[in-house]
Design a protein around this ligand. Structure first.
Ligand code: SF4
Ligand code: FES
Length: 265
């Protein structure tokens, strides 16, 4: 990047909040010398260098891989989860998508089940607890089974992998007016329900993961498909339909009972 590339100036309106108990507020910052080739997170790095140089507290934001893989970096950008580009995480969004002089509003995910930790960082451990309720397969110790002993039909492989691409970012929750985690939970249930390795725990898995999702305070599916539109991994709402079928089958055609207590409300 040459120096002459750093030719954009933006006004950022950023959500600042000290901790989960404190009242938050928007604060405006003018950020100069932004290159259109920078990612959105690199632009936030420039803002933070500017704030540190002025003796101010830098903006806290989550990130890890910066390659669209880990799911850590999600924020609302001008009201859209991960910003304006389809199937793109915040770290993969580039500043060329914005105009010089534009005002950009940056907020954390808004959901009761994702409390704000600080500024743009939210606590998404509710997703971990949903995974802990059943998003795994139990494996007996001993020699690994020969992969050729477990043939999987091509269309099941494809469909299972389409669900497995979920990176757990939470954009589906943040973009849903009910803050529903159905797309996330359905991706995890659907991934394992279509593989022979996931079959033994299949009814228990769906009952417990849905019970945990409810216990965490996520809302019901709003049927607006906003989750699918916001998902950076392209997870389809078809997996929600499969989750519902799995749930009905487990409830009426198996002896499994949820082992997790749903919340009182
Ligand atoms: S389903 Fe999509 S939007 Fe939701 S957590 Fe997974 S990757 Fe993120
Ligand atoms: S930092 Fe890992 S997906 Fe954005």
């Amino acid at each position: 990047m040459s120096d002459s590339d750093h030719n954009m100036t933006l006004t950022l309106r950023v959500w600042r909040q000290d901790n989960s108990e404190a009242r938050g507020k928007f604060v405006d910052y003018k950020v100069n010398r932004i290159s259109p080739h920078m990612s959105f997170l690199e632009m936030l790095d420039v803002l933070n260098e500017q704030l540190i140089a002025q003796g101010e507290e830098p903006v806290a934001f989550d990130h890890d891989c910066r390659e669209g893989i880990c799911g850590a970096c999600g924020v609302m950008i001008n009201g859209q989860a991960h910003g304006p580009d389809k199937e793109t995480t915040t770290c993969q969004l580039h500043m060329r998508r914005f105009q010089d002089g534009q005002k950009v509003v940056v907020e954390p995910w808004r959901a009761n089940a994702f409390p704000v930790v600080k500024d743009l960082v939210v606590d998404r451990t509710s997703f971990d607890r949903i995974m802990g309720a059943g998003g795994y397969v139990s494996v007996n110790t001993g020699q690994a089974q020969d992969g050729n002993c477990l043939p999987v039909a091509r269309q099941d492989q494809e469909s299972s992998l389409d669900a497995a691409v979920c990176i757990g970012c939470g954009a589906c929750v943040a973009s849903c007016k009910n803050a529903s985690a159905m797309l996330f939970t359905s991706a995890k249930v659907s991934h394992l329900a279509q593989l022979p390795q996931g079959d033994p725990e299949r009814p228990q898995r769906v009952l417990d993961m849905v019970a945990q999702m409810d216990a965490e305070g996520f809302g019901g599916c709003s049927n607006t498909y906003e989750c699918e539109a916001a998902c950076p991994a392209g997870v389809s709402v078809e997996h929600i339909a499969r989750l519902n079928r799995e749930y009905v089958k487990a409830s009426f055609c198996s002896s499994a009972q949820p082992t997790i207590q749903a919340s009182a409300d």
